[in-house]
Design a binder for this molecule. Structure first.
Ligand SMILES: Nc1ncnc2c1ncn2[C@@H]1O[C@H](COP(=O)(O)OP(=O)(O)OP(=O)(O)O)[C@@H](O)[C@H]1O
Ligand SMILES: [Mg+2]
Length: 369
């Protein structure tokens, strides 16, 4: 039985565009995950025996978004076997699709071992360029033609902008900026509620899928070219960590190395719905990598801090006062004493988007994801 799928008009154009590397950068709910899956099925069915890879920033996103939508886009009769454990979908025509998250450097490094014909990165703007660079080098399954596409919502001017808009290789790289309202499968009420929620520049980014430079930035001095670095010192005078427990926003741990009064943000862990035990595991892995140090924790969850301490981690309440923190960071940036490693994409996004409320110039808005 042939199933017909109706596409929105940007999805249709994206589907048919023959470029090797494609980016579908859109507002919330414009149909990114859907077109990502549809293209995955196009490659997997047209190139029998091919191996493809679907990447999302976290395992939770693989489970709750990619696999959740799978039933809609993968006809049952094509499936030979799906294994959650092996994170693999095998089709009857011999093609297979692997699923990988890229939430820590070890996961990212493991991507290097693969040989694939195509890949798709969902929520690409939450991942560092390193993931893209590694995967482009894995497009080498013998006997197949190679394709890659990425889908996401803009988050400041990051590598996606550089690669696909600023300096694209003509004919090979194309980017579609797609508004939410192009998705005819969303209800009018839903679109209206989003339009009420987002205004101004934020609406351009979150609903129109446009790359925007925000006004009222908390850190206008942050400059990717200057403050984002590939190389960091191999030894530090000390290493400290920052922990946000994440309730409304994702939980976050940052590793910060300090040498000669210069601070380097070395590694970030950002993930929604992470338990304290999982965070303890991440914290330990980070200490193994960067060295033992104090964890300055968001003071709003004393029970979580207590758990860290019981797990042998030197966790203390951070002073979460916003204004002195901003002043300190600003002064570090101005004197070029703060650098962010290129792998810390969410931190880079935040520096570019953290801004004051239009109506209350004193209060920064909590970043949203
Ligand atoms: N071509 C289509 N046919 C039918 N339904 C579609 C199509 N494209 C998208 N949808 C539906 O529209 C809704 C939003 O699509 P999707 O989840 O792909 O958007 P998204 O841009 O990935 O959203 P988010 O910003 O939340 O990641 C989903 O319920 C999806 O199944
Ligand atoms: Mg999606």
């Amino acid at each position: 039985m042939q199933r017909t799928i109706e596409l929105t008009s940007p999805q249709w154009e994206f589907f048919n565009n023959p470029a090797k590397f494609k980016a579908f950068i859109s507002g919330i709910g414009a149909g990114k995950t859907a077109i990502g899956w549809i293209l995955a099925m196009k490659e997997a069915t047209q190139q029998a025996g091919s191996r493809g890879l679907i990447v999302a920033p976290t395992y939770t996103l693989i489970k709750d978004v990619i696999w959740w939508e799978m039933d809609k886009w993968v006809p049952r009769q094509l499936i030979k076997e799906f294994s959650e454990n092996k994170k693999r979908l095998k089709l009857k025509n011999g093609s297979e699709i692997l699923f990988r998250s890229a939430d820590n450097p070890r996961h990212i490094e493991r991507l290097r071992g693969l040989s694939i014909a195509w890949f798709w990165i969902d929520e690409c703007t939450l991942l560092p360029k390193l993931v893209w660079d590694i995967l482009v080098g894995r497009l080498r399954q013998p006997g197949y033609s190679y394709k890659a596409w990425i889908t996401g919502t803009p988050k400041g001017f990051n590598w996606v902008y550089e690669l696909f808009i600023k300096d694209p290789i003509p004919d090979s790289y194309i980017l579609y900026g797609v508004p939410t309202k192009s998705n005819i499968f969303l209800s009018r009420e839903y679109i209206q509620s989003l339009e009420q929620q987002y205004k101004g520049q934020f609406a351009l980014q979150e609903l129109e899928g446009k790359f925007v430079k925000f006004e009222g930035l908390v850190y206008p001095g942050f400059d990717i070219k200057k403050h984002v670095v590939d190389a960091v010192p191999s030894e530090f005078d000390r290493v400290v960590y920052g922990v946000d427990w994440g309730f409304r926003n994702p939980a976050c741990i940052l590793a910060l190395g300090i040498k000669n009064d210069v601070a380097y943000i070395l590694q970030e862990y950002y993930a929604p719905k992470t338990t304290d035990d999982e965070l303890i595991e991440i914290a330990k892995q980070m200490q193994q990598k960067w060295g033992v140090g104090t964890f300055y924790c968001d003071p709003s969850e004393p029970a979580s801090i207590e758990k860290f301490v019981r797990a042998g981690i030197d966790a203390v309440k951070a002073n979460n006062e916003i204004t002195p923190g901003i002043k300190a960071v600003t002064s570090l940036l101005e004197s070029d004493r703060l650098y962010v490693h290129t792998s810390c994409q969410n931190t880079i996004n935040e520096f570019q988007m953290y801004r004051y409320d239009d109506n209350d110039k004193e209060t920064p808005l909590t970043p949203s994801y």
